[in-house]
Write a protein that binds this ligand. Structure first.
Ligand code: GLC
Length: 547
């Protein structure tokens, strides 16, 4: 397998709006990120991924871009950006940008032009039809075709109606996108995280979709369109191949069987993708707010199937949370009695699977979900649209609120908890969204003073990963697939053999298939007293290394 810097790195995702505010307007900014670069360097991450920082009316917090060449004024200026990039590079870290090109904002100049008349030169930058050709629904609720009075026609938007989908069939659109990518790469950015990239090629027969299973619609109708790989190869040829950069595609609707079409090295498309296999395990047929229980055996099956499918040909990104999903410790762990142990246990998983790990801001200190008592405190357009939809249909809003406490995207969008000052040290003003009230207990300052904190455990794990390339490039093999309690696997190659045991429960667990103690040394555990008990304690994680 080819060795690359982006395989050996750890990514840290910054959601700029909620990271650090230096202006006092309650919104994080670029200077705020610059201020915290030493903190990130100390943590040991290599690549910073910034969620969108471009000009945007913020219908979807920057995932609706109105100008790809400008910085959102709330976040700062292009000078701030240049300074940020320089400061990141000075610290030997890298920076990747979010590339959102499935859609723009409806306030983008292209769309404003496009909607003025049927023969405007920008008309074909988007999908317009005189009548909706199908029953498609937006991922955030409501119909995906929006009526526009000006030309008495409908345009397509797979997300909110302020996010019209770009028409990639039009070569002028592709040319504009490539030009914009070059603009950022020429500045020196180190790559892109590509937003919903499997959606850019549409099925032009526009078939009706069956919404009894939303995830199936995504996989079979919205994603993996007929010209997708042609477009990605063109993008690679025209742009990416000319720079030493990495790309990570967000890949909803991509099955393991299709994965190497995106990331197989010989395909010359993307460096890696991140899949949604595990992220959908607790979604019922009605989608993410129709919550169902998930089983560890299913979770492991997802990881195994993906590892096997990628094989030696491609590469993936490993994540357990991001700005679209609940906090890792609240979702997969126990954010109450075993907060610290389970957060560390999940950190061990994140850092020892085969792939490039991504840490979402705040996860390194064990930040948790939040449960606001009323919809008025929520800001996410997905949650608010869902509420409007449920209200219209006369459904039980208390039930939705409970589901939002578990699945809503604002769980991960509350501001970073830096200290126990008012507003958690995030801002001197009124934060754009309320702070999680547990900031007095969970915050960076405290974590830095406690040598046993989750933060230092992440640091230790990242060092272990760097010291032992077998944990990066080595094979992966699961040990006891059926256990609903323990996730155990082996990582190995010519240079080393490692066993990883993770107890995903509040009870003690047997270490089935544990290695011969004489030949192995305990490299790392999340319990302070390193007693080598025969059984794993609740949420215990152990890494053994063959000596
Ligand atoms: C991706 C982003 C999400 C956004 C959506 C539309 O899924 O991660 O935050 O709302 O695309 O751009």
């Amino acid at each position: 397998m080819t060795r690359n810097w982006w395989k050996e790195s750890v990514i840290y995702q910054i959601y700029p709006r909620s990271f650090n505010d230096t202006k006092g307007d309650g919104i994080g900014d670029l200077q705020g990120i610059i201020q915290k670069l030493d903190y990130l360097k100390e943590l040991g991450v290599d690549i910073l991924w910034l969620s969108p920082i471009y000009q945007s009316p913020n219908d979807d917090n920057g995932y609706d871009i109105s100008d790809y060449y400008r910085i959102m004024p709330e976040f700062g200026t292009m000078d701030d950006f240049d300074e940020l990039l320089e400061q990141v590079h000075e610290r030997d870290m890298r920076l990747i940008m979010d590339l959102v090109v499935n859609h723009t904002s409806d306030e983008h100049r292209w769309f404003r032009e496009s909607r003025t008349s049927k023969n405007n030169p920008y008309r074909d930058f988007y999908y317009w039809r005189d009548t909706p050709p199908n029953n498609w629904q937006s991922i955030f609720g409501g119909p995906a075709w929006e009526y526009d009075e000006v030309t008495d026609a409908y345009y397509l938007h797979l997300f909110t109606k302020k996010q019209p989908d770009l028409n990639w069939e039009n070569p002028k659109v592709r040319k504009e996108v490539y030009k914009m990518m070059r603009f950022w790469l020429d500045k020196g950015v180190d790559g892109f995280r590509m937003d919903v990239i499997p959606f850019i090629s549409k099925r032009l027969d526009f078939p009706d979709a069956d919404y009894s299973d939303f995830n199936k619609v995504i996989a079979e109708v919205y994603a993996n369109g007929p010209r997708l790989h042609e477009f990605l190869q063109e993008m690679n040829r025209e742009v990416l191949s000319r720079y030493d950069v990495m790309t990570v595609g967000e890949a909803p609707g991509v099955s393991p069987e299709l994965a190497n079409l995106y990331v197989g090295e010989s395909r010359k498309e993307l460096s890696m993708i991140f899949h949604f296999g595990h992220m959908f395990l607790d979604h019922g047929p009605g989608g993410k707010f129709d919550i169902q229980d998930w089983k560890l055996s299913e979770f492991k099956a997802v990881i195994n199937t993906w590892d096997e499918a990628i094989g030696q040909e491609g590469w993936i990104n490993i994540y357990l949370d991001n700005h679209d999903f609940p906090r890792l410790v609240s979702r997969w762990g126990n954010d109450d009695a075993y907060h610290e142990q389970s957060a560390k246990c999940l950190a061990t998983l994140l850092m020892t699977l085969r792939g490039t790990p991504c840490i979402y801001q705040g996860t390194e200190i064990g930040m948790t979900n939040v449960a606001f008592d009323s919809f008025e405190h929520y800001r996410d357009v997905e949650t608010l649209n869902m509420k409007a939809g449920w209200e219209k249909e006369g459904r039980d809003l208390d039930k939705l609120l409970k589901a939002v406490h578990r699945q809503g995207r604002d769980n991960v969008r509350t501001p970073m908890q830096w200290n126990d000052d008012p507003h958690a040290g995030f801002t001197s003003g009124e934060p754009w969204i309320k702070i999680n009230p547990n900031y007095t207990k969970i915050n960076v300052d405290d974590t830095l003073q406690d040598p046993d904190s989750i933060y230092y455990f992440y640091r230790q794990l990242m060092q272990i990963r760097k010291d032992h390339p077998s944990l990066i490039y080595g094979n992966y093999e699961m040990i006891d697939g059926n256990s609903e309690q323990v996730f155990a696997y082996r990582r190995w190659d010519e240079e080393g053999v490692f066993y990883i045991f993770l107890n995903f429960s509040e009870e003690k667990a047997e270490m089935v298939g544990s290695p011969d103690k004489g030949a192995f040394q305990l490299l790392c555990t999340n319990y302070e007293d390193e007693i080598m008990t025969e059984q794993l304690r609740p949420w215990e994680a152990r890494i053994y290394r063959m000596v």
